[in-house]
Design a protein around this ligand. Structure first.
Ligand code: SF4
Length: 220
């Protein structure tokens, strides 16, 4: 049976390991700027894009326009140029403009600070909503599940889920609340450097003795 002290031990070991690497870019933007709008936009830019590219694109865009009003003064081509080469930069440029229009029209230019309203914004799914709530508004009640946060707890044997939404529900149930804020950042960094999607580096993994997956199959 899964013990909560094992979960805490694993999280703390992963935390220590992650000190060797850069933070995930969107959470870093949230921690540094404490600005929900920047968290929302950088999160949209980060979809299917490497962190290093998201960092450059976010920096370039925010240097010119860091509020919905300023972004709407730019035309779509200008936004495309500023965020290039993030993946799907043309679609993202259009989407960012649409979201800024809605923020101004319906929310006085502010990012709404609740799940329901955030999920009404086009292009905002549960992951982005949870990222904005956690790293933009410092909510202590959300866990943002992306591909890493879905994969790693399944490998560890904490949960057995097929879909991220299911993972979110299970993690909210089993992870001690004081770790909610750190989970996304830690698992993204750990998932980019150690528990990578294909051929994870199990031999140098600090939590291998707690891992269910390594007992089933040998990895490098
Ligand atoms: S032992 Fe391997 S599969 Fe398990 S958490 Fe570590 S890297 Fe991932």
């Amino acid at each position: 049976m899964l013990k909560s002290n094992n979960i805490e031990a694993v999280i703390n070991l992963i935390k220590k390991e992650c000190e060797k690497y850069n933070n995930a870019i969107v959470t870093e933007i949230g921690d540094i700027t404490k600005n929900p709008f920047k968290v929302l936009i950088s999160c949209l830019l980060s979809l299917r894009t490497k962190d290093a590219v998201t960092a450059i694109a976010s920096r370039q865009l925010f240097k010119v326009a860091d509020t919905p009003e300023k972004i709407l003064r730019l035309n779509t081509k200008q936004i495309e140029k500023l965020i290039y080469p993030v993946g799907f930069y043309k679609t993202k440029a259009r989407r960012i403009k649409e979201i800024c229009k809605v923020l101004i029209k319906n929310y006085s230019g502010k990012v709404p600070d609740n799940e329901e309203e955030l999920l009404k914004l086009k292009g905002v799914g549960r992951k982005t909503m949870n990222i904005v709530m956690t790293y933009g508004f410092h909510s202590k009640n959300h866990i943002a599940v992306d591909t890493h946060v879905h994969r790693i707890p399944n490998r560890l044997g904490w949960i057995k889920t097929k879909k991220p939404d299911e993972t979110e529900k299970q993690l909210l149930r089993i992870i001690p609340k004081e770790y909610y804020h750190d989970i996304n950042d830690l698992f993204v960094v750990f998932g980019q450097n150690i528990c990578v999607p294909i051929s994870p580096f199990c031999s140098k993994c600090p939590v291998k003795k707690y891992c269910h997956k390594i007992n089933i199959k040998k990895h490098r």
